[in-house]
Write a protein that binds this ligand. Structure first.
Ligand SMILES: [Zn+2]
Length: 392
């Protein structure tokens, strides 16, 4: 089946240009200055709207009322589909720290969902956020499930899980550097996560396979004073070290606009990417002031467009969609192509999704039409139109 987009402002996402795009059997045939639509093709007049690559979310726990931690393929498919209808065409479902058998079961469910034909988008694998995280930076992770790598048998989550793509680990824990090397050898992204490490420990981690920082500023140590001396932490290491990419929850709550600009200035669009960290309440309607309970038993309150711990002392995760993150990045003054790149090409490269994240010949036909307000008007995933209309 051929689909032709005419009169589009194509964001490749390295440049914006007026062009037409032909999608055939799930792939992009080409980007053309002008094209005569082939006979039988569906022709979509973009009327000057932006045609962008589909969004890619590498850190997301749920959506549409379903959570990865249910441990069921159907839940993973439904969460992926809820995000797909809002523009996320490739997704890396992410676990929460729970007892090891629960995390293994969740990973297994993701594996089955990857082969499920009901899934509208592409499931890229699984992201294990934990269980080797620092209790001091636990945030909304359930602290009783946290383990030290040297004491935990992680084979079920690591070697026995061929679709593991990313694992969040606090590098200061005993055995964490060996785990980083082990992950790196398997081609899995080792991400500094929920960590209280100082700069020197992160620098060591970067030499031991760690190459990413999980949601910069959230669950991250920052500058502290030890006697008269200031000691840099995970935040500064993430900003300063060239070998590290950083995730940002660019919902406008977790990180205010100046910090998004600061991260962008330090990292640029190649080394920084947007993640929702969405809970099961993401990509769904929430009511202000209502308390919700997550699958790991953690309660949270919806307030000010974000989920908070009941104490209101910290955020518990987001309800954002990738679409909202892109609008926030643009609102921060980041040029449109770079904002889109951090939601498409950069996350694709990060997990080696070679055919994703660009509008170019040979890439997967994962495409979005965005209006002037950057609201999603059409979603094509794997060559199929899965949403048309006005974004909620
Ligand atoms: Zn998370």
């Amino acid at each position: 089946m051929d689909v032709v987009f005419l009169n589009a402002r194509v964001c490749t996402p390295f440049e914006l240009r007026d062009a037409a795009v032909l999608a055939r059997d799930g792939r992009i045939e080409g980007v053309f200055g002008h094209i005569e639509p082939p006979a039988g093709a569906r022709v979509i007049d973009a009327r000057g709207m932006i045609l962008a690559p589909g969004y890619i979310d590498l850190h997301v726990h749920g959506g549409g009322g379903r959570s990865v931690m249910e441990g069921e393929a159907e839940a993973v498919v439904e969460m992926a589909n809820a995000h797909a209808r809002r523009g996320t065409t490739a997704i890396l479902p992410t676990t929460l720290s729970m007892p090891l058998p629960d995390m293994a079961r969740a990973a297994d469910a993701v594996g089955r969902a990857m082969r499920d034909e009901r899934c509208l988008s592409t499931i890229l694998g699984v992201h294990q956020e934990g269980p080797c995280l620092s209790p001091a930076q636990g945030g909304a992770q359930s602290t009783e499930a946290l383990l030290t790598p040297s004491k935990a048998d992680l084979r079920a989550l690591v070697e026995d899980c061929p679709h593991l793509r990313m694992m969040g680990v606090a590098p200061e824990l005993e055995g964490a550097l060996a785990l980083g090397r082990r992950l790196n050898d398997l081609g899995v992204v080792a991400s500094v996560a929920h960590s209280d490490a100082d700069y020197d420990t992160v620098a060591q981690a970067a030499l031991s396979g760690f190459s990413d920082v999980t949601h910069l500023y959230s669950g991250c140590s920052s500058v502290v004073r030890k006697n008269a001396f200031r000691v840099a932490g995970v935040v500064e290491a993430g900003l300063e070290m060239e070998s590290l990419t950083v995730q940002v929850i660019a919902d406008g709550c977790h990180l205010p606009l100046p910090l998004l600009r600061l991260a962008y200035r330090c990292k640029g669009p190649e080394k920084m990417y947007a993640v929702t960290d969405g809970l099961e309440f993401a990509a769904a309607k929430q009511e202000e002031g209502v308390t919700y309970v997550q699958r790991n038993g953690q309660a949270c309150v919806y307030e000010d467009g974000v989920m908070k711990l009941p104490s209101r002392a910290a955020f518990a995760g987001s309800v954002a969609t990738m679409s909202r993150l892109v609008r926030t990045l643009a609102k921060a003054g980041i040029p449109l192509c770079d904002a889109l790149r951090m939601a498409t090409d950069t996350p694709a490269r990060r997990v080696g999704a070679a055919k994703k994240g660009r509008v170019a010949a040979g890439y997967d036909a994962d495409l979005l039409l965005l209006d002037e307000a950057l609201k999603v008007r059409l979603v094509m995933a794997k060559g199929r139109i899965v949403f048309e209309g006005e974004e909620e």
